[in-house]
Write a protein that binds this ligand. Structure first.
Ligand SMILES: [Zn+2]
Length: 225
């Protein structure tokens, strides 16, 4: 009798466990593939953050995005990732997309192709090791890119469509207003998570655009659509 009771309990446990595992699968696939059925009707935007990680502001941003359930894209500078591997790992663990912003923030068009490749490879190595993922996306500093690099570098270049020049004004409300007055469905917003004002602006932009019905996606989801 006792044995039957326990074997029943055991079977119920397995059944429950199987249910949990199978319930998790569709979610895991959706986050990887992007473009859920209901997302088609809502306007989407991608928040992108360059020049990090920053030892203070990136973590504040991550916390704010986590609270709001928002995924974004971070283009990291290799040299900034060194010594802050824990933050890089946290960005990845939170489900954000991590991209390459060169090792030392160089203008790729003003150096030799060999040097440019070195800058990109070194950043991929440092960032990739820190987050445990291969890096497939690159945002060239200053948006400077040349076509012959494309034959040498097998990465997807990501530029932007809304630039509030947050680094120049460093004023939260100005950044928020500039983005909100320009943003449209499908935009890629450029911000820098190395300024307190930009992080504050980003979270306010999330709240205001969420109210307007926008959904936030990573650039790989946007580019796939
Ligand atoms: Zn930059």
């Amino acid at each position: 009798m006792k044995k039957t009771f326990f074997s029943l309990l055991f079977s119920a446990g397995i059944f429950l466990l199987a249910g949990l595992v199978s319930a998790d699968w569709p979610r895991a696939l959706e986050t990887g593939g992007g473009g859920e059925a209901q997302a088609g009707s809502a306007p989407v935007v991608a928040l992108t953050f360059d020049d990090g990680p920053h030892p203070v502001y990136t973590e504040i941003l991550l916390e704010g995005l986590r609270e709001r359930g928002i995924k974004a894209t971070f283009f990291l500078i290799g040299v900034n990732a060194e010594g802050h591997e824990d933050i890089v790992r946290q960005i990845a663990d939170d489900g954000h997309l991590i991209g390459n912003h060169t090792y030392s923030h160089v203008q790729l068009t003003s150096i030799s192709d060999a040097k440019a490749c070195e800058e990109i490879d070194k950043a991929n190595q440092v960032i990739g090791e820190a987050c445990g993922q291969e890096i497939h996306y690159i945002r060239p500093p200053f948006g400077s890119w040349q076509e012959d690099l494309e034959s040498l570098i097998d990465m997807q270049v990501v530029l932007w469509s809304v630039d509030p020049e947050d680094w120049r004004v460093q004023d939260t409300q100005t950044v928020v207003e500039r983005v909100l007055s320009h943003v449209e469905d499908g935009d890629i917003i450029l911000l820098h998570d190395v300024y307190r004002t930009s992080v504050e602006a980003a979270l306010e932009i999330v709240d205001r655009l969420t109210e307007e019905g926008y959904e936030f996606v990573r650039v790989d989801e946007l580019l796939l659509d």
